[in-house]
Ligand binder design. Structure first.
Ligand SMILES: Cc1cc2nc3c(=O)[nH]c(=O)nc-3n(C[C@H](O)[C@H](O)[C@H](O)COP(=O)(O)OP(=O)(O)OC[C@H]3O[C@@H](n4cnc5c(N)ncnc54)[C@H](O)[C@@H]3O)c2cc1C
Length: 485
């Protein structure tokens, strides 16, 4: 059995941030376990046509590694290049074991360490685990009657089959969320027929994207300029919280009315306008950014099927719809999202007294600072419950979490302890605060059902407030909220 001080599970930006921060603080005794045959997470896995970030790249990047971005919103290819740049620069490849799917983690109380089992039977041990398995890493395909009888091809956007030539093919895409709206314009001109199955329309705003002229790219080489631009972007985006949480008036004025005008300008047909207009408040689900989605919806070879024209069943040849159409298809693309609620930690975790994390989260997932759970000592969850953010970069929160995690580990080392655990009262108080604050937000009261919510109705994905408030909470380590052994 191999023993490490820290095991990091997952090699996306969360795992990379953890690894680099450990290195910078003199902790080299760690390993990254990654289930895939390649490193990098989100941007190396989601290679579907049109994939791109919807947060300005200057901010959607790790604070310790600047980059000469080629445009305001990087495409998947550039983000994958950036990821590889980080991996190479900090020599993370040497620290990573690929094809290493973690199956379970058990706390061995008398040794005060975790035992980690892989799917292939290997066993590792570590004092600390930093879980960075990603909130949107495990694709979800809902059950459809007849899917197993379909004789064409099908795959999820997260597992795009680049060997499949979609040119001139008859294709259905199921879903109309963040990934779908990027794939649709990217393939529509090439395919013969594209059927879009939209359960609910989403609010869409224009994407203020553009290629950086070379002088801006050159300026980005200078750290102070890069930092200043990043800082400015951060504060511009941060102001959006006012609309998400504090002011319905601002939300309507600056976002919903703009989105409605965008619909009106894009479609002349009132029936089509109705088809694409959501019945919930803007922001309740992720606001989508696209300049070419609406024109694509109106192309001759594209049909938009609403809920009433939705899928009755999948057949040998294609899809039978509720309103009696029978569609012949070569390919079905599932843009059906991720198993966000149940895959915050994608393996079994058994803590003190054999308590299971899944059981603790049965009512709804919760964690102190979205990072630690009572009875699970030395176990840190990056992008845990209520650490999601709709208005700014997820990486800002990930890096804020790292401040807390590092302080916690350093505290254990400094005082010659072996373990740290959050107190039950501290977790309860924090969770109460989160869900009280959540009451005011559009995610709770905006009139939609989204993956932000658990089955219980609690909003478990989002942090209900300014990201600088989260940063402050995570930075301000409260020793009295923890027990040490
Ligand atoms: C298509 C897409 C677009 C997105 N766009 C944005 C955006 O515009 N802005 C934004 O802020 N956020 C966006 N996100 C959210 C994104 O998930 C985060 O920004 C960030 O990349 C999360 O990094 P991560 O390291 O936590 O997770 P990931 O990048 O998902 O990495 C998790 C890693 O853990 C590995 N893993 C999982 N389970 C196991 C296991 N049991 N054993 C071993 N390894 C395991 C996975 O294989 C993966 O490599 C997007 C997500 C997706 C999927």
């Amino acid at each position: 059995m191999k023993y490490y001080k820290v095991i990091i599970v997952g090699s996306g930006f969360g795992g990379q941030s953890a690894a680099v921060n450990l290195q910078k603080n003199g902790i080299d005794d760690f390993i990254i376990l990654e289930r895939r045959s390649f490193m990098g997470g989100t941007w190396c896995q989601n290679t579907y046509p049109g994939a791109a970030v919807d947060v300005q790249s200057l901010l959607y990047s790790l604070s310790f590694e600047s980059y000469q971005w080629s445009r305001m919103f990087a495409t998947q290819k550039e983000l994958a290049d950036y990821t590889h740049h980080v991996i190479e620069k900090y020599q993370l490849r040497e620290k990573t074991k690929l094809n290493a799917t973690v199956q379970s983690a058990n706390w061995v109380a008398y040794e005060k360490r975790w035992q980690v089992k892989l799917e292939n039977g290997e066993v590792y041990a570590a004092q600390f685990i930093i879980n960075a398995t990603g909130p949107l890493s495990t694709p979800k395909i809902p059950e459809f009657e007849g899917l197993n009888t379909f004789e064409g091809n099908y795959f999820h956007t997260n597992q795009w089959d680049h060997k499949f030539d979609y040119q001139n093919k008859k294709i259905a895409i199921i879903g109309s969320g963040a990934s779908a709206i990027q794939v649709i314009p990217a393939i529509a001109d090439t395919v013969k027929q594209l059927h879009i199955f939209q359960r609910t329309p989403h609010w869409v705003l224009p994407k203020p994207d553009f290629k950086f002229p070379s002088f801006i790219q050159n300026l980005l080489r200078f750290k102070p300029i890069y930092k200043a631009a990043r800082y400015l972007t951060y504060w511009l985006l941060e102001s959006r919280v006012i609309a998400f949480k504090y002011s319905e008036f601002a939300r309507k004025l600056f976002a919903e009315n703009k989105a409605k005008r965008f619909i009106k300008k894009s479609f002349s047909d009132p029936a089509f306008r109705k088809k694409v207009t959501p019945d919930f408040s803007i922001g309740c689900k992720r606001i989508l950014l696209s300049n070419n989605l609406y024109p694509t919806y109106q192309k001759d070879n594209v049909s938009l099927h609403t809920k009433e024209q939705g899928i009755k069943k999948i057949t040998r040849n294609g899809i039978e719809t509720i309103d009696g159409q029978s569609l012949d298809l070569d390919l079905i693309i599932f843009a059906t999202g991720f198993d966000a609620a149940t895959s915050i930690v994608s393996y079994e975790v058994s803590g003190k007294n054999s308590k299971h994390l899944r059981e603790f989260w049965e009512a709804y997932p919760r964690a102190y600072l979205g990072t630690v759970v009572p009875d699970f000592p030395n176990f840190f969850i990056i992008t845990g419950p209520n650490t999601g953010i709709g208005h700014t970069s997820a990486l800002f929160i990930i890096e804020s979490q790292m401040n807390y995690i590092l302080t916690a580990i350093q505290q254990v080392d400094r005082e010659n302890h072996k373990s740290i655990e959050v107190k039950k009262d501290a977790e309860i108080e924090y969770t109460k605060l989160i869900h009280t604050e959540m009451e005011q937000t559009v995610w709770k009261s905006g009139g939609c059902k989204s993956w932000y919510q658990s089955k219980s109705g609690h909003v478990i994905a989002m942090f209900p407030g300014f990201s600088f408030n989260y940063y402050r909470l995570a930075k301000n380590f409260k020793k009295n909220h923890h027990t040490f052994e």
